[in-house]
Design a protein around this ligand. Structure first.
Ligand SMILES: [Zn+2]
Length: 568
């Protein structure tokens, strides 16, 4: 026998069991409920294959391939949708977002995510004031900065807000950086000339002019904005489900299907739980929570709670997956601090906590932003690792805009992972004011990508950042913040950015077997797009809109173009 032929036969023989298994699988299973064909299916699987068609049965994908291959799976009742060349992506996963907390104010807020015109923002404000009625608050809690306005990137003034909405208290929180109030808002807070500042505000955070008159600006990082956010009207309990519904609709429309959720508020979680039981929860939420401590005494109590903490009692819609996002709160970096100086005493407490978390075998997702903090945490983790190896525990540093290559190498050697929060998507202008040229490397995407560490994207929305995933991808690919200002220099390929928002993020929610790619066996969470992510000019990535969003084989958002067909 010719040597070449022999090799071929052996190779075929080796393949046979797999082929038989695949054939049996197809024979045994029912025909798919739905086939999407004639598309550009960007699978984001390990080989980053591009296919034409995908078959879905129940909540899972049962086939991905050419039009012909997938057509063969169809049965008499299989619905078919002609994608007419449209591209399809896996549902976007945000590895760190305060999704449940957002529901507590969502429909009360005037959101400016994706609004790049100051003129339009003002029109929205005026309309909202009219709709709300005299005396009612018009406000937002972050998610925007004035640098995102392309027509007129200026901060707001008290006088201007008085003119736009004379009959309403107005409070506009710019990220976690500053708040703009009008006169009625100041009145309602008791901020006035010749009056002491209200006690709950951080000393010096209420700006005053040379004569001591308050200007309407509250400024000074998260601590300064917190009293404002706390005073804003939260959604009434009987309206919370409606607010959560609107929020989920908005994120589905934007292309988001799964979240790592920093802090799962009980009231909203109960609503999600109910929806899940009714088969109508349209997002997947994986909670990051735990018993953070603020003092050495609290550490003593937390250590006992850590030992009893139980994760993974849920399912692929709702679960608890990480301890986080704070371990020892005095070491929780503020957003716009230039540097940090963790003390040995604080780090001792941090290490006691981390040691217990490792001893309990828990995964950790911990807030770390500033260079010195990252080094100090890694020193503690080195010590913890010697007693309780963390390699298989999935320990993650989150945010890490100031990380450098040496720190990435340390993390990799420890078997750690990187959840990157691109705060500069809206905060790029502020970060350049605060950090100077260093902001051009915050985050250092290329260094992170080249380090080989497993990493993913998480917005940290809805206060610290905007939540739209195609704006985040645009930022990672072009280095431009919302509105178009070039703010970072380390950009990455659109393929790498996409992987970081899908497949890699599945790992950060413990769903890598179920989510993150369009593959037979995985859950059918996917997006049909109005234009092709891979070929559209880079500046247009932010404008990409899903025309359809699917979660677990259910259509949860449908822009209309597909509706008529899908409804049939
Ligand atoms: Zn954080």
């Amino acid at each position: 026998m010719h040597r070449f032929v022999k090799t071929r036969i052996i190779a075929l023989a080796a393949l046979l069991p797999a082929m038989v298994a695949a054939a049996t699988l197809y024979a045994q299973q029912a025909a798919p409920d739905l086939i999407l064909y004639n598309g550009k299916i960007i699978t984001v699987d390990q080989r980053f294959r591009i296919e034409q068609a995908v078959a879905i049965l129940g909540e899972r994908i049962v086939g991905v391939g050419s039009n012909q291959e997938i057509a063969q799976l169809a049965g008499p009742s299989t619905k078919k949708i002609d994608l007419k060349g449209k591209s399809v992506l896996p549902g976007m996963i945000d590895n760190h977002m305060h999704l449940l907390r957002a529901a507590e104010t969502w429909t009360n807020e005037l959101r400016w995510d994706g609004v790049y015109s100051r003129k339009q923002a003002i029109e929205m404000l005026r309309a909202r004031a009219k709709q709300a009625g005299a005396g009612q608050w018009v406000f937002n809690i972050g998610g925007w900065t004035h640098q995102q306005f392309t027509d007129d990137p200026r901060p707001f003034t008290r006088e201007e807000l008085d003119r736009i909405a004379p009959d309403n208290p107005v409070g506009l929180q710019e990220s976690y950086y500053q708040v703009f109030l009008n006169s009625r808002a100041m009145q309602s807070f008791g901020i006035a000339p010749n009056q002491p500042d209200p006690a709950d505000f951080v000393k010096g955070s209420i700006m005053r002019d040379a004569s001591g008159n308050p200007t309407g600006v509250i400024k000074g990082d998260i601590a300064a904005t917190r009293p404002f956010a706390a005073r804003m009207p939260h959604i009434a309990p009987d309206q919370l489900e409606a607010s959560a519904t609107a929020l989920v609709k908005d994120v589905n429309r934007a292309g988001l299907t799964s979240f790592g959720v920093a802090g799962c508020n009980t009231d909203v979680r109960e609503i999600f739980q109910k929806w899940k039981e009714q088969g109508r929860l349209n997002v997947r939420a994986f909670c990051i929570g735990g018993a953070a401590a603020g003092t050495p005494d609290q550490v003593d109590k937390s250590l006992q709670q850590i030992a009893k903490m139980k994760l993974y009692q849920g399912d692929n819609y709702l679960d608890d997956v990480f301890f986080g996002e704070s371990v020892y709160t005095p070491l929780h970096d503020p957003m716009f601090a230039v540097t940090s100086n963790p003390t040995p005493d604080q780090l001792t407490q941090w290490r006691r906590m981390a040691m217990a978390i490792a001893a309990a075998g828990l995964p950790l997702h911990v807030h770390a932003e500033l260079h010195n903090t990252i080094d100090a945490f890694l020193d503690q983790i080195d010590a913890v690792n010697k007693e309780h190896p963390i390699k298989n525990l999935r320990w993650v540093l989150v945010h890490i805009n100031q990380i450098n290559p040496a720190q990435l190498e340390r993390m990799k050697n420890l078997g750690m992972y990187a959840a990157v929060s691109p705060w500069a998507v809206i905060n790029g202008g502020i970060m350049h004011e605060e950090f100077g040229d260093g902001a051009f490397d915050m985050p250092p995407f290329a260094a992170i990508q080249n380090s080989g560490i497993l990493w993913g994207l998480g917005t940290d929305a809805t206060a610290a950042n905007q939540y739209l995933p195609f704006t985040t991808l645009y930022f990672a690919v072009t280095g431009k913040m919302a509105g178009g200002l070039k703010v970072i220099r380390q950009t990455i390929s659109r393929e790498d950015a996409l992987i970081a928002h899908t497949r890699n993020n599945a790992f950060f929610i413990f769903q890598e077997d179920n989510l993150g790619a369009i593959q037979a066996g995985k859950l059918a969470d996917l997006l049909v797009l109005d234009r092709d992510y891979l070929t559209v000019p880079a500046d247009q990535i932010k404008d990409i809109k899903p025309v359809m969003t699917m979660v677990g084989g259910r259509i949860v958002y449908d822009a209309g173009a597909q509706t008529s067909q899908l409804a049939k």
